[in-house]
Ligand binder design. Structure first.
Ligand SMILES: N[C@@H](CCC(=O)N[C@@H](CS)C(=O)NCC(=O)O)C(=O)O
Length: 216
């Protein structure tokens, strides 16, 4: 198994958590340095034409891409512990929370968007930061409201870890990177605090990866 990742990539972080929860250790972790634009090199474009991390090649391939799709693949090929509830409504809620993060919020703050704002639209750094913080807060506001539901337990959905918790942890790491105050979101903060104590989450954290600075 080959895992294409980068320490700072929040989508790679999501897949790293799932790999840890499932006890799957890739044979090779291939570092694609997003800060040097390595995701756009031909060799990686051949793996993932979207030029985004992560990607996973399991056995003969083909390469898998998009963190949620990869995590569901891992969940299907390594069913224990399950990352989705058994009931359709529960699964829809968990996937919904995950998609607010991975599909609605995160794509607005990735390098290709920030670089386009800077290089093509000539938006200065302060305004780019305002942009990123705005989309973070929009997601946090929606998440906090969703988490007020009685289906929330110790974690996002009841008392077992699901795909939603994996995504919540990535949102928390992103909030730190972009200096977003999460104090106004108490349920989000409580759950992400709990998750940070779990070994599979702690070991997967961006700042624990090779090449990461001591603090970001
Ligand atoms: N929706 C994708 C997001 C993939 C993505 O944009 N990944 C970022 C890093 S977290 C990336 O590689 N960006 C490269 C770029 O924006 O140029 C997923 O969840 O896998």
């Amino acid at each position: 198994m080959k895992f294409f990742a980068f320490w700072r990539s929040l989508a790679s972080y999501r897949v790293r958590i799932a790999l840890n929860l499932k006890g799957v250790v890739p044979d090779e972790v291939i570092d694609i340095n997003l800060m040097k634009g390595a995701q756009r090199e031909a060799s990686y474009r051949a793996v993932n034409p979207m030029m985004a991390l992560p990607a996973l090649i399991d056995g003969a391939g083909p390469a898998l891409f998009e963190s949620l799709a990869i995590i569901e693949y891992l969940d299907e090929t390594h069913p224990e512990p399950p990352l989705l509830p058994r009931d359709p409504r529960g699964r829809a809620r968990v996937r919904g929370i995950a998609q607010i993060i991975a599909c609605d919020s995160h794509p607005l703050i990735v390098p290709r968007v920030r670089e386009y704002l800077e290089n093509e639209l000539h938006i200065d750094e302060a305004a780019r930061t305002t942009w990123c913080q705005h989309w973070h807060k929009a997601a946090l506001t929606a998440l906090e409201t969703n988490l007020q539901d009685s289906a929330t337990g110790r974690y996002c959905h009841g008392d077992t870890i699901t795909l939603a918790d994996i995504c919540l942890a990535s949102q928390a790491a992103g909030a730190k990177f972009f200096n977003v105050d999460t104090a106004p979101f108490p349920i989000f903060s409580r759950i992400t605090g709990e998750l940070s104590q779990i070994d599979a989450f702690a070991r997967a954290h961006p700042l624990k990866q090779p090449g990461a600075p001591a603090a970001a």
